[in-house]
Design a binder for this molecule. Structure first.
Ligand code: ASP
Length: 308
């Protein structure tokens, strides 16, 4: 049994296909993931909580314009940003989430404010922003969140829709960021944050902020943060399905996570993946698409980053 900490992060399953990427872009993604691992490890190495580690890691991922969350989030079909985020504490299943928000620099901190400052789990609209303001969170304007690449992707997507040539390219359609951790005390936590799907309808909410779909943590079983076709992840209750197979079906993490992603998600024509961790600190990171930006660190057991 691993007694140190374990951390796994993802920058989404919407990777640039290997045929179209450049060595420079790949190197930038690896470097960004490594910086985020540093931030999460720093918390865990000073005996910090899994919850603080996943919060720090997701803030780092939100600040990276390469990934679809916070700065660099994709646009709705009306050219706006609507962000979703959630986090969950495996110690007591406390959870917080926000959906469709715009303003807080780090949506995951808005989710954490919902968890810590209200009696609620999931908040939207002005109410979520009021809680964020009351918690003293930093806000940013549209210029901060804008990236030319996401804007061009929206224009391209809308043109393809009009021409009836829309394809399934994950790099154009989506992405998300997330983290799961097991701290030295055996506690688990998960956090997820996303801009959602490019050209989504205003008001659309994906799986990321829905506890049990894109985000879940319980010390008894696992912590999960998902990425992929949100509608399918919602219908399959992906994160909770993994918990249920472990808790009720006696499966280990790897088998449960692979069964849900490689078999079920594929059977339902969904694409994506997830990072998950169990109470022993074992990490699973299955995906059924070309790649998933990801990184992992196991105390005394190595660390790395990967895309494909
Ligand atoms: N799951 C996210 C959503 O549906 C998108 C993604 O992870 O690619 O909003």
């Amino acid at each position: 049994m691993i007694r140190g900490f374990s951390l796994a992060i993802h920058g989404g399953a919407g990777v640039m296909p290997q045929s179209r990427t450049t060595p420079e872009r790949e190197a930038a993604c690896h470097a960004a993931l490594a910086r985020v691992l540093d931030a999460g490890e720093a918390v865990l190495a000073r005996d910090g909580d899994a919850l603080d580690a996943v919060t720090a890691a997701v803030c780092g991922l939100e600040d990276e314009p390469l990934f679809n969350a916070g700065r660099g989030a994709v646009f709705t079909r009306e050219g706006q940003h609507e962000m979703d985020a959630a986090l969950m504490d495996g110690r007591d299943r406390r959870a917080g989430a926000v959906a469709g928000i715009f303003g807080p620099k780090n949506p995951v901190l808005a989710a954490r404010a919902v968890m810590e400052c209200t009696d609620h789990v999931l908040m939207i609209g002005e109410g979520a922003l009021a809680v964020s303001r009351a918690a003293g969170l930093e806000f940013r304007t549209a210029e901060y969140f804008f990236t030319q690449e996401r804007w061009d992707t929206l224009q391209e997507t809308l043109k393809m829709e009009e021409a009836g040539t829309l394809d399934d390219d994950p790099a154009r359609r989506h992405g998300t960021v997330g983290a799961v951790a097991r701290d030295r005390h055996g506690n688990l936590a998960a956090a997820t944050s996303t801009g959602g799907m490019t050209a989504k309808l205003p008001g659309r909410v994906g799986d990321s902020p829905v506890i049990g779909a894109g985000t879940f943590a319980d010390n008894a079983t696992c912590a999960v943060s998902a990425t992929g076709d949100g509608e399918v992840f919602l219908r399959l209750s992906v994160a909770h399905e993994i918990d249920a197979r472990m808790r009720l079906g006696g499966m280990d993490l790897t088998r449960a996570a692979e069964a849900v992603i490689l078999a079920d998600l594929t059977a339902w024509n969904g694409s994506g993946g997830l990072v998950a961790i169990d109470r022993d600190g074992t990490i699973a990171a299955p995906f059924n698409c070309e790649g998933m930006y990801r990184g992992w660190s196991v105390e005394g057991g190595g660390r790395g980053t990967a895309i494909y």
